[in-house]
Ligand binder design. Structure first.
Ligand code: ATP
Length: 197
């Protein structure tokens, strides 16, 4: 792969429009030609709840990004199985694509970066990639560990108070989730009867 790449890891259960807006705006600001979404196998911070099967999460991801030429996805975490650690993913992709830390960006939402020091091998992560942080409503840049400031690019993304948790909750109550996800994703959720309690 040539040129800088932005990777965007998440549970994507389901992928929603705030993910897509953050990725699109980040790609513009970082001048990357490729955004690679990485759906997690079993996220380290979410072991307490049952995550929807990866085949559904990947199908929704594919449906969400198919019309965007810059967007693609990679199943490396699902293929690896077990708990997905960002450090393992960055190591594998940096070596597969031959990219150094100036060419490999890792997009995270403001809520996730706050706990960055608790992630596995945080300093190795910083040596492999540049963190790109998308704001999220309620997120305050000053809440981030000062030692991270030199390794982080703070992005100006449109704050959208949308989360997968809220989407699952609404769907379970029979409320509409239309327009919180793209139409093809909405259609998939309806056809498969996902999240309906
Ligand atoms: P859940 O509600 O299940 O925790 P989520 O909506 O936070 O899910 P994830 O798949 O866990 O979605 O998120 C993947 C990445 O996207 C994380 O870095 C998260 O911070 C970021 N993200 C999620 N929602 C938003 C949003 N509304 N604005 C900016 N970033 C977001």
């Amino acid at each position: 792969m040539s040129g800088p790449v932005l990777i965007f890891g998440g549970t994507f259960d389901p992928i929603h429009v705030a993910h897509l807006v953050a990725a699109e705006e980040a790609a513009d600001q970082l001048a990357v030609e490729r955004v690679v979404f990485i759906p997690s196998a079993s996220p380290p911070h979410k072991e307490s709840r049952e995550v929807t099967g990866s085949e559904h999460r990947c199908a929704m991801l594919e449906a969400a990004i198919e019309t965007n030429d810059r967007f693609t996805w990679d199943a490396c975490e699902i293929e690896r199985g077990g708990v997905s650690y960002t450090v393992d993913t960055l190591r594998a992709l940096a070596s597969r694509w031959g990219l150094d830390s100036r060419e490999l960006y890792c997009l995270v939402g403001g809520d996730s970066i706050v706990s960055f020091r608790t992630w596995r091998e945080p300093d190795t992560i910083l040596s492999l990639a540049t963190l790109a942080v998308a704001g999220r409503p309620g997120f305050d840049e000053r809440s981030i560990d000062r030692s991270l400031h030199d390794h982080v690019r703070f992005l100006e993304t449109t704050p959208l108070a949308i989360s997968s948790t809220e989407i699952r909750r609404r769907a379970a109550k029979g409320r509409s989730i239309r327009y919180l996800v793209t139409d093809p994703v909405w259609d998939y959720i309806e056809r498969q009867g996902l999240y309906h309690g």
